[in-house]
Write a protein that binds this ligand. Structure first.
Ligand code: ADP
Ligand code: MG
Length: 258
């Protein structure tokens, strides 16, 4: 093939936005010329390259749009640090069958136990499967709903997976509680939500300032949900704790000067 024709093909690939074919065409053409692959295999290969390139781009866009606070996967989660978390349950959740069933996940526990990390890891898995995910904390969500109301409500309703972090850090007033209930109600059995909270369900009445609203919210959320209660220590403080216990140990085992 003349260099002129090859250049024209590449220019046309650029014009058509076929970046996957463009990046692999030289290597595949070389194999055709060496007769290690047929023309059909060549076409099959470049088309596969284009599809995989498009899928990668879509996942990157979905990850950007999801606004995760950090990108951490399940592989980076140290299950041995939180032995009471049942790894098979988390792995099953990360397989995303809960998304197909429009179910919810609620992570409860004190700060630093890995609630956000696990929520993000499952969210990333959903993006990798081409799902629309959005991560927000409760404070931002309520502000969005108050300021944008209908438009934002529509945005949140359409997501395949909505992650609401830090439910319960700030109490809500009557109007805010009502907006939150409206959102939860509209996503009930139509989309999945992951929530993280440092408050046990019995304290949710305080968050919503009203036991009736709290129980209506919990009713919708918990009907189809997996609740993961994490009771372990903070991963953020693990080195400090180790240092502390080491100091304690040294103090206790040092011979007394008396
Ligand atoms: P929280 O429960 O407060 O949401 P995070 O999930 O934000 O806690 O965890 C705090 C930090 O500790 C994050 O950087 C997170 O990646 C890390 N972390 C928490 N638990 C683990 C764990 N078991 N293995 C690895 N990193 C962890
Ligand atoms: Mg958190």
């Amino acid at each position: 093939m003349s260099q002129l024709v090859l250049q024209r093909i590449k220019d046309n690939l650029v014009l058509l936005g076929l970046k996957g074919i463009l990046s692999g065409i030289d290597a595949s053409l070389e194999e055709v010329q060496k007769e290690t692959i047929s023309y059909t295999d060549f076409l099959d290969r470049v088309l596969e390259e284009e599809i995989s390139c498009r899928q990668d781009r879509r996942v990157q866009t979905l990850l950007k749009m999801s606004r995760f606070p950090y990108l951490k996967s399940l592989a980076e989660f140290n299950f041995s640090f939180q032995p009471q978390i049942e790894e098979p349950i988390i792995r099953e959740l990360a397989s995303l069958s809960f998304l197909e069933r429009k179910e919810n996940i609620i992570f409860l526990g004190p700060p630093g136990v890995g609630k956000t990390h696990l929520a993000v890891a499952i969210g990333i898995a959903a993006c990798q499967k081409g799902r629309k995910v959005y991560f927000t904390d409760m404070d931002k969500l309520i502000n969005d709903l108050k300021n944008w109301n209908k438009k934002k409500m529509w945005f949140y309703q359409r997501l395949s997976l909505l992650v609401i972090d830090e439910v319960g850090y700030l109490p809500l007033d009557r109007m805010e509680s009502h907006l939150f209930f409206k959102l939860v109600n509209s996503r009930y059995e139509t989309g999945s939500t992951i929530l993280t909270s440092n408050k046990s369900f019995t304290e949710w009445g305080d968050i919503f300032g009203d036991a009736v609203v709290a129980s209506a919210v919990l009713d919708r959320l918990l009907h189809h949900a997996t609740v993961i209660n994490i009771r372990g220590g903070s991963y953020r403080l693990k080195d400090k704790n180790a240092l502390f216990s080491q100091k304690e140990l040294t103090k206790r085992t040092e011979p007394s000067s008396a």
